[in-house]
Design a protein around this ligand. Structure first.
Ligand code: PLP
Length: 391
């Protein structure tokens, strides 16, 4: 088409998930019933008291620009919860914008960012967009999908600016223990030029004790950014509120970036986030218990399919089985081809591991009702079973 893009934007592509979602939508509008196991958000509604608080804020006229770095009220609540000062907090339009702000504010062309694979799809692209170089470190299932201290040490160069850690992880469900985080921090002690960005957006959907990088590696606080938000915990993905907690100098630089892109996050959404953080928290436990049951259901059914090896995710809302043995048996070349066939033939939507830097896997979300999970998994199992039989 007739427009020009900078080289680093040329390197980006519409994400595999977006493409898949669009294909599924087209098939649906053609009257084909798709069983989607691909979404990246809890299916619960936003709690009523949160919606009511937003309504009240809007009716009370809280509908104007807020301070770029967020309303004092929300920043104070976030700061108090993590034991920091409110000048160490920025509120952004979703956790994703926090990440983008951080990379745009800190990366010089060619700076390296260590991204353990499997990664959340946006990390490498945000790094690339900001002019940096994502350095992928494969962390296979055999090591629990987690970066080891030795791998970290080997990946660091003079150009390394950041290590990105995601715990609990999208897509693998891996959760780093305090000891594992401490071991990584020990390595970073030897490399004071490397900062750590911890994306803890799934903190409240952890089925094992959650360890925050801020506590496990507190001595690195002066070169640490913790990313979190209301999107996943409170089923508020559409409200677009996330935050970053880090040293004031970094938060100031990120505020400067945000000030030229979106300004402050939505005023009404920030009022809603205040209600979420200060209201009844028992829903977090209740919703986590529901997710745990769904996880168990999905993992059991996946492991019953020949050639599928699904470890038990310790957190988040995804199963990430290895399917290499199934691909071999089916004579299908890749995870992406299998996903295409599953969509077109079995009418079930799942995401290939390739989209997360770990080919040979599938990502299935368990943020669905039991009935929807059963429908999707039955189709998936039948397809793989039948194909294997035919082959
Ligand atoms: N980080 C991870 C690991 C995610 O999975 C997501 C959403 O899928 C985000 C960040 C983005 O969160 P938000 O919707 O608050 O921008």
């Amino acid at each position: 088409m007739g427009f020009r893009r900078a080289g680093r934007i040329e390197a980006l592509d519409v994400s595999e998930i977006v493409r898949l979602t669009e294909t599924a939508a087209q098939m649906r509008s053609a009257g084909i019933g798709i069983a989607a196991l691909s979404t990246g958000e809890p299916d619960f509604p936003t709690p009523d008291h949160v919606v009511a608080a937003a309504n009240q804020a809007a009716l009370a006229g809280r509908t104007r620009y807020t301070a770029t770095r967020g309303t004092p009220e929300l920043r104070d609540i976030v700061a108090t919860a993590c034991g920091g000062g409110s000048d160490e907090v920025i509120i952004s339009t979703g956790a994703k914008q926090v990440l983008a702000n951080a990379m745009l504010a800190t990366l010089d062309p060619g700076d390296e960012v260590i991204v353990p694979a499997p990664w959340w799809t946006s990390y490498p692209d945000i790094v690339t967009m900001a002019g940096g170089r994502p350095i992928t470190v494969p962390c296979p299932l055999e090591q629990g999908f987690k970066l080891t201290a030795d791998q970290l040490r080997a990946a660091i160069t003079d150009r390394t600016r950041w290590l990105i850690l995601n715990t609990p992880s999208n897509p693998s469900g891996a959760v780093y223990s305090a000891a594992e985080l401490a071991a990584l921090a020990d390595v970073l002690d030897d490399f004071p030029h490397v900062w750590v960005l911890a994306d803890e957006i799934y903190q409240h959907i952890s089925f094992v004790p959650f360890a925050s990088v801020r506590e496990a590696a507190g001595r690195l606080a002066e070169r640490m950014l913790v990313v979190n938000g209301v999107s996943k915990a409170y089923s508020m993905t559409g409200w677009r509120v996330g935050w970053g907690i880090g040293p004031k100098s970094l938060i100031d630089a990120m505020t400067a970036v945000q000030g030229q892109i979106t300004s402050g996050a939505s005023s009404v959404s920030q009022a809603a986030a205040v209600a979420a953080l200060t209201g009844d928290q028992t829903l977090l436990d209740e919703r986590r218990d529901v997710m745990r049951n769904r996880r168990d259901r999905v993992v059991a059914r996946l492991n019953a399919i020949a050639g599928v090896n699904c470890p038990v995710p310790e957190g988040a809302i995804y199963a990430f089985p290895n399917i290499e043995a199934a691909l071999d048996r089916l004579g299908i070349a890749s995870d992406a081809e299998l996903c295409q066939a599953l969509l077109e033939t079995a009418h079930v939507a799942v995401v290939p591991g390739r989209a997360f830097g770990s080919p040979g896997h599938l990502r299935l979300s368990f943020a669905y009702s039991d009935d929807d999970l059963d429908k999707g998994l039955t189709r998936l199992a039948r397809f793989i079973g039948e194909q294997a039989h035919a082959g």
